[in-house]
Ligand binder design. Structure first.
Ligand code: ADP
Length: 400
């Protein structure tokens, strides 16, 4: 006998179903808000009342949702309107899935880590359903996991360095005598130990931001000069690899009206900027065969600083492009198999760019080179001057 033909009890009536739905909304731990087409709160469930500390449903109903749900980035940074995904989803009537941020609770200084989603319910006349979940426990568990990885990487770096040291001694004719066959084996062992050392270093760097051991330390900067200096520090390596590395020499597109070599101000962590640019340029050097070119540019694009690293290298297929910013992802093909790597560089880039309120993405086609873009918040000349004075007075621009 099929499951569906077994005896069923009577179906609940429409009013019973709506009673059950209400019971579910009242008892679940997730906060639920329903707004009308103008983003005015029409409904709030008890979990949302508690999380927002608004006291009662009566205090919330009739308010603009933005007065109740104020978000910061998960690192505790103010979100500009442009980078606030909740605001964009609500304004443009678009869905938002599981954005992690900090809820600024009521008038207090309390911050609650949440994951928030928006579902536009078009069929109901422009209403939107906002759901959010307290993720304190989830973050604690992830934190413990990250701490374990970071401690393990730290501890394992020392023995790996020792192994590498002894292998170097074996391979040095001044300190050891070995035959050609042994040299082949030891060369392979040293390549593997160097890879392991790099893997532990990358893991340590990636986990430092994940577990909050480092936070961006913002400084007002002139971005064209800063990125030019970083690019130039790779000239020797580019020459050794027979690659042409140029700064500010190729427009994003010939018709692009955004001027090159303008003065562009940003508010960034200088160490993060070096790490981001170094990873992107190192990748361009790694994945471009000898004879190719790499172009790095910085442009002012409205209220954004737009950096691009373009190469004429092996390119990335559409399938791989969707995953390259994930931890440990490496495109697996006959070109990349020969080239060493850990699959952590772009994860680290994304993590650091986002911690500074930016976005990173890539455009590429397999066999046709790649362009990596980094877009960061831009400062006007006036804002730069003000932040510089504040920075020099050690106030850090009043912004964490
Ligand atoms: P890896 O250590 O493997 O270079 P990354 O995280 O830096 O790790 O990059 C992830 C993957 O993205 C690489 O394995 C490679 O397949 C691809 N990739 C990154 N940059 C480029 C590039 N400039 N050209 C072609 N492929 C690239």
């Amino acid at each position: 006998m099929s499951l569906f033909s077994s005896k069923k009890t009577k179906k609940p009536s429409a009013s019973e179903t709506s009673g059950l739905a209400e019971l579910a909304l009242k008892t679940i731990h997730d906060g639920v808000l329903i707004t009308d087409r103008n983003n005015i709160i029409q409904f709030i469930n008890p979990a949302a009342i508690t999380m927002t500390d608004c006291g009662s449903a009566n205090n919330a109903i009739g308010l603009d949702y933005g007065l109740l749900i104020k978000l910061e980035s998960k690192e505790g940074r103010e979100l500009s309107d442009q980078e606030n995904p909740l605001l964009n989803a609500m304004k443009n009537n678009q869905p938002l899935e599981s954005f992690r941020g900090s809820l600024i609770v009521g008038q207090t200084n309390k911050r609650l880590p949440i994951s928030i989603s928006v579902l536009p319910a078009d069929n109901l006349g422009g209403q939107k359903i906002i759901t959010f979940r307290n993720i304190t426990k989830e973050l604690e568990e992830e934190g413990a996991q990250t701490e374990f990885i970071s401690t393990a990487s730290h501890e394992m770096r020392t023995p790996v360095a020792t192994i590498d040291g002894y292998l170097s001694l074996c391979l040095n004719p001044a300190t050891a005598t070995i035959d050609a066959r042994a040299k082949g084996y030891l060369d392979a062992a040293q390549t593997a130990s160097k890879h392991l050392g790099k893997l532990f270093q990358d893991l340590l760097d990636a986990t430092k931001l994940d577990d909050g051991r480092i936070r961006p330390k913002f400084k007002p900067m002139e971005m064209v000069g800063a990125v030019r200096t970083i690019t130039n520090s790779f000239q020797t390596r580019a020459t050794e690899a027979k690659l042409n590395l140029r700064f500010g020499s190729e427009d994003i597109s010939p018709s692009d009206s955004r001027r090159l070599n303008q003065v562009v101000y940003g508010f960034v962590d200088p160490t993060f900027l070096v790490e981001i640019m170094s990873n992107l340029i190192e990748n361009a050097l790694k994945y471009t065969p000898a004879g190719g070119s790499i172009y790095v540019n910085v442009l002012g694009d409205g209220d954004r600083v737009l950096i691009n690293v373009t190469d004429t290298g092996i390119g990335i297929s559409a399938d791989d492009l969707a995953h390259i910013f994930q931890k440990f992802y490496r495109a697996d093909n006959s070109d990349t198999r020969e080239i060493g790597g850990t699959g952590l560089g772009l994860y680290l880039v994304k993590q650091r760019v986002e911690a500074m309120g930016g976005r990173v993405w890539a455009e590429s086609a397999f066999g046709e080179g790649s362009t990596f873009y980094v877009s960061l918040p831009r400062l006007t000349g006036e804002e730069y001057e003000k932040r510089m004075i504040a920075f020099n007075n050690n106030i850090n621009g009043g912004i964490k």
